[in-house]
Design a protein around this ligand. Structure first.
Ligand SMILES: C[S@@+](CC[C@H](N)C(=O)[O-])C[C@H]1O[C@@H](n2cnc3c(N)ncnc32)[C@H](O)[C@@H]1O
Length: 409
């Protein structure tokens, strides 16, 4: 959601640092170069990680929905009893911009969180990206601690004084009360693909094409393969993608949340067990044949949320998936848009705002394709429904932000 728009619009995802041509003359009058807090934020972001796409710029300026994720975590922290400490754990933080946005929200809500001891834990396998994350998130005057042989391979301190630690595996993150975020993380995990045949399920394999030199092709395995165990016995689709790594991570998240509380918010392109062949390549924001020039494109497969729900094995409650347009509406994006529109003097700014809103909310763009899914302790929902029944009017329901419309009865 944050920096990432894709499938027909644009795809940011893995960072690409480049020096683009400058189209601005730089001779604009001084008054048009007013330094707003947003300009300062964007300058910082661009200095840290390179030029951003126009889509990213629009979303940052317009609604910055990433900020709503920070609000979601604070809302869950409050609804579950305002613990004296929590860990914010992000899986696959990319450039670190989402966690950066969330920490800014935490700073803005300083009076609410002032007695809470917060730490940030990033699970990242790419050494290159972990360096970028450190650049985005940590105070440059304080040197990073590095230990490649340790489970915590890097440590730093955020600009607002919050300790930040890096791990290669979720299992290595301390098992404390935590809020987990996985944003465009599950869709990059490897999937196994299966095709239903008269002989039963057959796995799709990548083979050398004997007819063309240096070319790969898909073939079907001649007999059953072990990953077939991940397919449901009553599966009705004739082609499925299964992601064992996602299953392992969800089981770990579910165990942790059941044991120590907290919540996980998973945001990704995906479906609820309905889609079939979603394995795609993206290169330079364009669709790219997955078997051509391997290593040059980002490979993704839509997340099957029904599989994630199954893998939680009832240890925790799951909510969603809900489409982005519903989630953002429930999180108050319309009110935010109205405030911004009221504040905007120029017609061009109003138009930009509406275009940005359309990109996030339009079902043909990100509104329906991007989904939100949450894992919560059973008592969080169970408690909420009991409370709701017992409640009198004029008090807010204890619904889960984003998944329920936050109404005042
Ligand atoms: C598409 S990026 C998502 C970036 C970020 N979450 C965002 O939305 O802006 C995927 C991220 O997951 C990381 N990643 C991929 N596989 C991983 C794994 N098995 N464990 C941890 N991180 C992984 C990548 O290096 C990258 O940081």
């Amino acid at each position: 959601m944050n920096a990432l728009v894709r499938r027909g619009v644009a795809r940011a995802g893995i960072p690409c640092i480049w020096r683009g041509k400058c189209f601005s003359s730089g001779n604009e009058p001084a008054e048009s170069r007013q330094v707003t807090p947003m300009l300062r934020h964007l300058m910082y972001k661009i200095k840290s990680t390179g030029p951003i796409t126009v889509a990213e710029y629009m979303k940052e300026v317009l609604t910055n929905p990433a900020k709503l994720l920070g609000v979601w975590f604070v809302s869950e922290w409050m609804s579950s009893g305002k613990s004296s400490a929590f860990q914010l754990v992000e899986l696959g933080p990319g450039r670190g911009t989402l966690t950066g946005d969330i920490l800014r929200v935490f700073s803005q809500l300083g009076s609410v969180l002032k007695n809470c001891d917060i730490s940030v834990h990033l699970v990242e396998v790419s050494p290159k990206l972990s360096e970028l994350q450190a650049l985005t998130l940590t105070e440059e005057k304080l040197p990073l601690e590095r230990d490649a042989d340790s489970l915590v391979y890097m440590k730093g301190v955020s600009k607002s004084g919050i300790p930040v630690s890096w791990y290669r595996d979720l299992k290595d993150v301390p098992k404390g009360y935590s809020f987990y975020l996985a944003h465009e993380f599950f869709d990059v995990l490897p999937v196994h693909k299966f095709q239903k045949t008269p002989q039963g399920w057959r796995e799709v394999l990548v083979d050398i094409d004997p007819r063309v030199s240096d070319k790969l092709r898909f073939v079907l395995a001649p007999c059953a393969t072990p990953a077939e165990a991940f397919i449901q016995h009553d599966e009705r689709r004739d082609h499925v993608e299964v992601c064992p790594d996602a299953g392992i991570i969800i089981q770990e998240l579910a165990q942790r949340i059941a044991l120590t509380g907290g919540a996980a918010l998973i945001a990704d392109y995906g479906h609820d067990g309905t889609k079939t062949d979603t394995f795609r390549g993206f290169c330079g924001h364009q669709l790219h044949d997955v078997l051509i020039a391997p290593g040059t494109a980002d490979l993704t497969a839509d997340v099957d949320f029904s599989y994630l729900r199954r893998m939680a094995q009832g240890k925790v409650a799951s909510l969603g998936p809900v489409e982005q347009r519903t989630f953002l509406k429930n999180m108050g994006i319309d009110v935010r848009l109205k405030v911004l529109l009221d504040k905007a003097d120029e017609a061009s700014v109003k138009q930009q705002l509406l275009r940005g809103y359309d990109m996030l909310m339009n079902p043909q763009k990100m509104g329906e394709r991007f989904n939100f899914f949450a894992l919560l302790p059973h008592q969080r929902l169970h408690g909420a429904s009991q409370e709701r029944n017992a409640r009198q009017s004029k008090t807010p329901t204890s619904s889960v932000a984003g998944f329920d419309e936050l109404v005042w009865q």
